[in-house]
Design a protein around this ligand. Structure first.
Ligand code: UDP
Ligand code: MN
Length: 344
């Protein structure tokens, strides 16, 4: 009896001991796991908006990094050493998309970043488009190397209007802004007609303290400003400037008026339009006739007289559309949208 009772006591005790050990390890696992979870939520996420500036990078007293992490790049120089100035542009009818792709191997899904320095600005180029494939090809051919010579971090977005209802350039550009911001926190937006090709890479595709108009002259107007106050063709506004004016009006269907409306919005905000010097802000416009589906908008003057009353409720905050597809092609992001049709 005595020996049995001692044995059973030992067995019972070791049972308790095992149970205790088991619960302790479960407890330890739970604390460790939840700690990791909390840590991962609190840890700052590596957002695409993180921007390291050269002047910030060199400050601080940290020890030299002995690990294998790559050395941070410095900020790109104020003036890119790659600029070439005025260029003779070619528009060969034999040009193929494949040629443009192989000449721009550094571009991935329409996006490029210089490899040896950190760009001073991130820029989204927005191109409203329908049935102008040849113009798009010429523009991509010239614009990619042009932007790379400017050492920009950029991406090109082409916003296609689906269907054959009357064209609406302004609404497509609003859509481009909204869609591009889903990818990245672009600092600067360039609203760019498909048929205007810049002739001089000193015409910098960056934004300024005030909205910028980049087409001072084009071949088709004898390189003169179309008219005083013209704000069409190619314009540059920061993310904040464009938001401040509530973007473009969505109500201009057909040709004309939407660019003047944007100028009025800018002026209402007491902003001033800047232009680069006339000798660099030069463009070649690929010749075209007025497109079918983009007839002159006969309501444009009436709409323009209403801008002051409607700008707050007609713009980015009321831009309704349906994205039909977002294709990440080698040289651009192709956004196709159903934007509806005019009410009248
Ligand atoms: N656009 C287009 N397809 C059209 C109509 C217009 O792609 O059917 C786009 C294209 O980007 C074009 C811009 O809208 O450059 C402005 O239209 P357009 O070239 O007719 O204006 P203008 O030459 O008078 O500045
Ligand atoms: Mn044109």
């Amino acid at each position: 009896m005595g020996i049995f009772s001692t044995v059973s006591k030992v067995v019972r005790r070791s049972k308790y001991f095992l149970l205790l050990l088991l619960s302790l390890s479960v407890l330890a696992w739970i604390t460790n796991f939840s700690g990791e979870t909390v840590k991962s939520i609190l840890a700052p996420r590596a957002t695409t908006q993180t921007f390291i500036r050269g002047d910030e990078m060199n400050s601080g007293t940290a020890e030299p990094d002995q690990s294998n992490t790559p050395i941070e790049k410095g900020e790109c120089p104020q003036v890119s050493p790659l600029l070439k100035g005025a260029m003779n542009l070619s528009f060969a009818s034999s040009l193929k998309l494949k040629d443009v792709e192989s000449a721009n191997k550094g571009v991935t899904e329409g996006e490029y970043e210089p490899s040896d320095c950190t760009s001073r600005q991130s820029v989204a180029i927005l191109i409203p488009h329908r049935s102008r494939e040849k113009h798009l090809l010429y523009l991509l051919h010239h614009l990619h190397p042009f932007l790379q010579r400017q050492q920009l971090h950029y991406a090109i977005y082409v916003i296609q209007q689906a269907g054959d209802a009357t064209f609406n350039r302004a609404k497509l550009l609003n859509i481009g802004y909204l869609e591009a911001l889903k990818d990245y926190g672009w600092e600067c937006f360039i609203f760019h007609d498909v048929d205007l090709v810049p002739e001089n890479d000193h015409n910098l595709y960056v934004c300024d303290k005030q909205p910028k108009h980049l087409v001072v002259g084009r071949n088709s107007t004898g390189y003169k400003l179309r008219y005083k106050g013209y704000f069409g063709g190619v314009t540059a506004m920061t993310r904040e400037q464009f938001l401040q004016v509530n973007g473009f009006s969505n109500s201009y269907w057909g040709w004309g008026g939407e660019d003047d409306d944007l100028r009025v919005r800018v002026e209402l905000q007491k902003m001033k339009i800047l232009r680069p010097p006339a000798d660099v802000a030069r463009y070649t416009m690929v010749f075209h006739n007025r497109d079918s589906g983009n007839q002159i908008n006969k309501y444009r003057m009436g709409l323009l007289s209403q801008t002051l009353q409607v700008w707050k409720k007609d713009g980015l905050n009321s831009c309704s559309y349906k994205t039909l597809s977002v294709e990440r092609l080698p040289l651009y992001v192709n956004v196709t949208a159903d934007i509806g049709k005019p009410q009248v």
